[in-house]
Ligand binder design. Structure first.
Ligand SMILES: [Zn+2]
Length: 394
């Protein structure tokens, strides 16, 4: 890039600078869901064209999967997530055969690719939906165009930004500085910035929920990914992201936002839990799943009011468990979710309080409440379970 920069004469640089500033004034975009303001200096049409060219280049290098089962599942997920995005684009979801690449990518204009290496980590259709929704998040937030714009700024340097600061409003200035800071810190432009990665996570959660996939699957996916990450070289997919734990923490915080969009049809729940199609040799030797142990029964179940504003649901399970999460659904659309990390003995009494802020008007109404507990058996290979019980609250 340096030689190109020298080749541009002073006069031309001035003209380009003016054009850039003119563009700056009209280029403050807003990302969906997060409402983050972005600096975007290139048109959608140009962005789409670049994406299509890059996709062609990737397609020439990689080997496309011809496995009909894999293609069917990726296309089904892709269609549902693209529809949820509400964005008209030439969506294309491609699978590349490479079992060593635990990776996926997104290109401007709606081209998304996954490598077969991610299938074993994704495990289920919902797990793969989390990956694809994250990638679609990059597309609809126009991260490609944003990165390109950052590149333009890097090329023309700080002078453009300083002049631009006086002429533009603070939101634009912040966008400029953020974009510039990101690029300048790392020296070269990384595939995506951390801000973009987190944003794709958050948008992806909402998209997968809208598409009828349980967003909890994203949490377990990233946890598996990070566990795997500890043993091996960091996949590119995670390379610009905050360290292990941080991602899961953010996803936990965004789950309620996504769950507000989660209204799956019953068959969609079943589809989401389906294991992904077998992967050639790797899956042929996989051991058959052990028979699942019986679901624990909620033996004791009663409720009590804690003052006027909160309800406490008391329960005890008939088996020892590691309790991971609970969900309370109540009348009037009350949904409250909480993440737990508790070991319970058989018949140990425990309670979950529905806080005032989870109920409209701050007072829980009478009616039927359902408590769902999720966790794992500590003594049976860590197999997951779900237990449910209804409480009639007067
Ligand atoms: Zn990403």
């Amino acid at each position: 890039m340096r030689s190109m920069r020298r080749a541009v004469s002073r006069e031309w640089r001035f003209v380009i600078l003016l054009a850039l500033l003119a563009a700056l004034a009209a280029s403050c975009a807003t990302a969906p869901i997060t409402q983050r303001s972005q600096l975007i200096l290139v048109s959608s049409a140009y962005e789409t064209q670049l994406g299509a060219q890059a996709f062609e280049a990737v397609g020439k290098k990689g080997k496309r999967s011809r496995d009909p089962a894999q293609i069917a599942v990726v296309e089904r997920i892709g269609k549902r997530i693209a529809a949820a995005s509400g964005i008209q684009a030439n969506w294309e979801f491609a699978i590349f055969e490479d079992d060593k690449q635990v990776n996926a990518f997104a290109l401007p204009g709606g081209k998304v690719g996954v490598y077969t290496g991610i299938f074993p980590v994704a495990e289920t259709e919902a797990g793969l939906a989390a990956v694809l929704a994250h990638e679609v998040g990059h597309v609809i937030a126009r991260h490609g165009a944003e990165r390109l714009s950052q590149g333009l700024l890097l090329q023309f340097g700080a002078a453009a930004i300083q002049i631009g600061m006086g002429a533009n409003n603070p939101a634009v200035t912040n966008g400029v500085l953020q974009a510039y800071g990101l690029g300048a810190t790392v020296g070269v432009l990384l595939p995506w910035g951390r801000t973009q990665e987190s944003e794709a996570d958050r948008i992806g959660l909402v998209l997968m929920a809208q598409a009828g996939y349980d967003p909890h699957a994203a949490l377990s996916l990233w946890e598996r990914m990070e566990k795997r990450d500890g043993k091996q070289r960091a996949p590119e997919f995670l390379s610009t992201h905050p360290g292990p734990g941080r991602r899961a923490e953010s996803i936990r915080a965004w789950l309620p936002e996504a769950l507000a969009h989660y209204r799956p049809a019953p068959e969609q729940v079943a589809e989401g839990n389906q294991p992904l199609p077998a992967l050639g040799k790797a899956r042929a030797v996989a051991a058959p799943a052990p028979a699942s142990p019986p679901t624990p029964t909620i033996r004791e179940a009663r409720w009590e009011r804690e003052g006027e504003a909160a309800l406490r649901f008391v329960f005890a399970l008939d088996r020892p468990v590691a309790l991971e999460g609970a969900e309370i659904r109540g009348p009037g659309g009350i949904i409250y979710q909480v993440f737990l990390g508790a070991r319970l003995q058989a018949n140990q009494r425990e309670g979950i309080t529905l806080p005032p802020e989870a109920t409209p008007g701050g007072v829980p109404p009478a009616g039927t409440y359902t408590l769902t507990l999720k966790g794992r058996f500590p003594d049976a290979g860590g197999q997951p379970f779900t237990a449910e019980r209804a409480y009639a609250v007067q």
